[in-house]
Ligand binder design. Structure first.
Ligand SMILES: [Zn+2]
Length: 436
C-alpha cells in the first residue's frame, strides 16, 4: 500500500483490491449487452435499455435515487443533434446519491454505446462474451468505455458499502450516442444533469483530458453534365459533357490546404490541441462506366478548437472560411462559377475545455499518484461527452479513465485488470475527497 495514503484510504484501496473478481465480473456483464451504436440517425435500438436497467438496478441497490428516461429532443439544440434522432428503447440514466447538504457535488459520467464490431471475422474471441487472458479483459467496449463505467460504479458501490455519506451530491450518469452524434449527453444536460464538476472515465490511459476539439461534417455537391465518355465532346457552352469528378479535384486540393494553413496560424495555436483540419472522408461520383459523371459528392470532416466557437456556440466564422476557400476555386472556373457547388452542413459536436487549474484536476492527479500512476494533463484531438457538460451545461468535466486510447475501436479491444483496479481505487479516493 502506497505510503502517501491515509489509513482510511488504505482500507478503501484494500477493499477494492480484494473485490477485483467482482469488478471484472461487472465489466464482463456490461460487455455482454450489445450496445453497438445504431448510428447518427439512431433508428431502432439494441440492448441499451437492458444495460441501463442493469446499471439502474445496482445503483438503486446502493441506495441511489435513479431515473431512466427516453428524451424527446424535438427542437432542442438542432444545431447539435441529428434531426431524426429517436431515443425509443435507448434511455439515458441519472442516479443521485444525496449529500448531507454542504460540499461540492460531483458528476460521474460515461457512455454505454460502443462502435460496431466489424470486421468480426478478425476477432479472436466473441466481442460480446468477454474473455479473460493474461490479465486482460477482451470484448467490444472493454476500453471504450464499459471498463470505465464499471470502475466508477464499483468505486461508488464500495464507498456506500463502507458507510460513506458524502456532503455534496454524487450523480452517476450514463448516456447513449457518444460514438455517433453526442446527442445522449446533449439530452442529459438538457434534462438538468449537472454538478460542481464532472469526472468521465473515457479510456485516457490515466491521462487527464481537460480539452477536446469539436467537429462538423459537411457535403459538397458538384454538378457536371452527363455525356458519352468515349466520344469527343464539344465545349460545355456548346452542350458538351462536363466531368463532375474532374471539377471536384481542385476543390479537394483547396480543402487539403486548409489544415496546413490553420496549423501555421498563431491565433489557432492551443497548448493541448492541434489546430483544426479538413479531412476528406468520402467521395461518391459517377453513374456509369461509359458516361461522364453528372454529379460528385464529397464528404468532409472539419475539426476545430474551443475558441473557434462563438459565445452562442456558433461556427459561422469557420463555415465562412471553408466556404470562402471553395469559392476561390469556383470563381476561377467558368463552369463552376455558373454551377456553384452546394454545401450542406450537418449538426456539429461542440468543443469544450475546462480550466486546468480547477481543484478537481489537481485532486485527480494526486489520487492517481496514490495508486502509482502519473496523470499528465492532455487534450483529446477528437471529441468526448464532457464537452457538452462544459459548454452547454456549465459543469467543468474532465476525462480520466482506465484503458488505452489506442484500444478504442479496434478488433480484440481490451482493458487491463490492473488498470481497472487502480482506476477504481483512484476514483473512490477522488469521491472521498471531493464530496467527503
Ligand atoms: Zn468513448
Amino acid at each position: 500500500v502506497n505510503a502517501r495514503m491515509s489509513a482510511a484510504e488504505a482500507k478503501l484501496a484494500e477493499t477494492i483490491r480484494s473485490g477485483r473478481e467482482d469488478l471484472v465480473a461487472l465489466v464482463r456483464d456490461l460487455i455482454g449487452f450489445d450496445t453497438t451504436t445504431v448510428g447518427e440517425t439512431a433508428v431502432g435500438c439494441r440492448q441499451e435499455h437492458a444495460l441501463q436497467e442493469y446499471l439502474a438496478d445496482r445503483l438503486r441497490t446502493a441506495g441511489l435515487e435513479t431515473e431512466l428516461w427516453e428524451p424527446d429532443l424535438a427542437g432542442y439544440r438542432p444545431q447539435n443533434t441529428p434531426s431524426q434522432i429517436d431515443f425509443a428503447g435507448r434511455p439515458q440514466l441519472a442516479a443521485r446519491l444525496e449529500g448531507s447538504g454542504r460540499g461540492d457535488s460531483l458528476l460521474l459520467l460515461g457512455h454505454v454505446d460502443c462502435v460496431p464490431v466489424e470486421p468480426i471475422a478478425l476477432w479472436s474471441t466473441n466481442p460480446f462474451h468477454a474473455a479473460r487472458r493474461d490479465g486482460r479483459i477482451y470484448g467490444r467496449g472493454a476500453a471504450d468505455m464499459k471498463g470505465g463505467v464499471a470502475s466508477l460504479l464499483f468505486a461508488l458501490e464500495t464507498l456506500v458499502r463502507l458507510g460513506f455519506r458524502p456532503r455534496g451530491d454524487i450523480t452517476f450518469c450514463s448516456v447513449t450516442d457518444e460514438e455517433s452524434s453526442g446527442a445522449g449527453s446533449v439530452a442529459a444536460v438538457g434534462h438538468g444533469v449537472q454538478a460542481s464538476a464532472g469526472l468521465c472515465a473515457e479510456n485516457t490511459g490515466f491521462d487527464i483530458w481537460t480539452a477536446c476539439r469539436g467537429s462538423v461534417v459537411f457535403e459538397i455537391e458538384i454538378e457536371g453534365r452527363a455525356g458519352h465518355a468515349e466520344c469527343r465532346q464539344p465545349d460545355w457552352k456548346a452542350g458538351g459533357a462536363v466531368n463532375a469528378i474532374d471539377k471536384t479535384i481542385p476543390i479537394l486540393q483547396a480543402l487539403s490546404g486548409l489544415g496546413a494553413a490553420w496549423s501555421s496560424r498563431p491565433d489557432l495555436h492551443h497548448p493541448l490541441l492541434p489546430a483544426g483540419d479538413a479531412v476528406v472522408v468520402g467521395i461518391h461520383g459517377g453513374e456509369w462506366e461509359v458516361t461522364y459523371p453528372s454529379r460528385c459528392t464529397t464528404t468532409v470532416n472539419i475539426q476545430f478548437l474551443p475558441h473557434q466557437v462563438s459565445d452562442s456556440d456558433g461556427i459561422d466564422v469557420l463555415r465562412e472560411e471553408v466556404e470562402h476557400a471553395i469559392l476561390a476555386v469556383t470563381e476561377s472556373d467558368e463552369w463552376l462559377a455558373n454551377h456553384p457547388p452546394k454545401c450542406s452542413w450537418r449538426p456539429w459536436v461542440i468543443p469544450g475545455e475546462m480550466d486546468a487549474g480547477h481543484p478537481l484536476v489537481g485532486l485527480v492527479s494526486d489520487c492517481a499518484r496514490k495508486v502509482g500512476r502519473e496523470a499528465p494533463i492532455r487534450g483529446l484531438d477528437s471529441w468526448h461527452d464532457p464537452a457538452n457538460f462544459i459548454r452547454l451545461g456549465e459543469t467543468p468535466t474532465l476525462s480520466f479513465g482506465p484503458g488505452l486510447l489506442a484500444c478504442s475501436h479496434i478488433t480484440d479491444e481490451w482493458v487491463s485488470e490492473e488498470d481497472l483496479v487502480d482506476h477504481c481505487i483512484a476514483s473512490a479516493l477522488i469521491l472521498l475527497d471531493y464530496c467527503g
